[in-house]
Design a protein around this ligand. Structure first.
Ligand code: AMP
Ligand code: MN
Ligand code: MN
Ligand code: MN
Length: 284
């Protein structure tokens, strides 16, 4: 079992727990090395690092940047970043900027389908209003009885072809990777299995083109063990890691009790042959 959890969210983005509560839960559940990777924001890292020190836990500064590549939305996790590095701070600020206008359009789209009050409803769930996103709308849609849980919201709403979906332009892949690596961090392609399902799924040829561009931009890691991967996918993405000479990362992608595929805590071991991403910062 791995006692590293290198992907999770606090209420600074779309998680349910404060950074300190998240760290306490991770400690209780046996995590020894934790990275907080909020979407497009580093505002939770100081509180989380202080809490980790109280729990004798090693803490890694992280972030999960939203990227548009071709017609796909991708997530790039940055690990061991310097959250004060100005291009990273400014880059993340730029990504966050578009979220308010997008939320307005999402609410208008839901209103056209007869669902009123979504903007106010979603903001009630956003502790950090500059990070308003689809999860906050999803919680509102559950609360107002339109869906039974967050997972079913993402089948009937907020996704392409459904009410509440608004296309959006995030950061470019080379920009996001550049901000992360420029700050001294390791850029990791998050949950690749998630891009290979659904209506517009990516095939293996496109994934290879993506990985080539990612590596050429300075990307060095790929999530092999992710809360949203099956055990077959651990093996599949271990093979891509080997093919592209990438370090393997692992993370639950926990958002909140009862809301995520996998809770914080120990994750299954990597398949054989994986080089763990922490080699990059533990070597020196
Ligand atoms: P946004 O960055 O506002 O587009 O929101 C993306 C977030 O929505 C992801 O980080 C997840 O937390 C959530 N999300 C997306 N798809 C799903 C899904 N199928 N089930 C549950 N949550 C999802
Ligand atoms: Mn999320
Ligand atoms: Mn993600
Ligand atoms: Mn995530």
């Amino acid at each position: 079992m791995l006692d590293y959890d290198l992907h999770c969210h606090s209420a600074i983005s779309d998680g349910l727990l404060s950074p300190a509560e998240l760290v306490a839960r991770a400690a209780e559940r046996g995590v020894k090395v934790l990275a907080l990777t909020d979407h497009d924001d580093v505002a939770g890292l100081i509180e989380a690092a202080e809490a980790a020190a109280r729990h004798q836990m090693r803490f890694i500064n992280g972030v999960e940047a939203s990227v548009s590549w071709r017609n796909y939305t991708l997530h790039i996790v940055g690990l061991n970043i310097d959250p004060t590095y100005p291009p990273l701070v400014e880059g993340l600020h730029g990504i966050r900027n578009g979220r308010g206008a997008r939320a307005q359009l999402m609410a208008e789209s839901l209103a056209r389908s007869g669902i009123g009050g979504a903007l106010e409803g979603a903001y009630r769930y956003a502790d950090n209003p500059s990070l308003i996103g689809r999860t906050h709308f999803a919680r509102f849609l559950v609360e107002s009885g339109h869906s039974k849980d967050v997972a079913s919201v993402f089948k009937n709403y907020l996704v392409k072809g459904k009410p509440g979906f608004v296309p959006h332009q995030w950061a470019s892949l080379p920009d996001a990777v550049g901000w992360i690596t420029g700050s001294g961090g390791i850029a990791v392609l998050a949950h690749p299995g998630r891009y290979m399902v659904g209506r517009k799924k990516m095939g293996s040829t496109t994934l290879r083109e993506l990985l080539r561009e990612f590596v050429d931009s300075g990307g060095r890691g790929i999530e092999v063990v992710s809360g949203s991967h099956s055990s077959e996918q651990y093996a599949e993405f271990a093979r891509y890691a080997k093919e592209f000479d990438l370090l393997a990362s692992c993370g639950s992608d926990f958002h909140g009790p009862g809301e995520s595929y996998r809770d914080l805590g120990r994750l299954p071991d990597f398949p054989l042959d994986c080089r763990p991403v922490w080699e990059a910062w533990e070597a020196h």
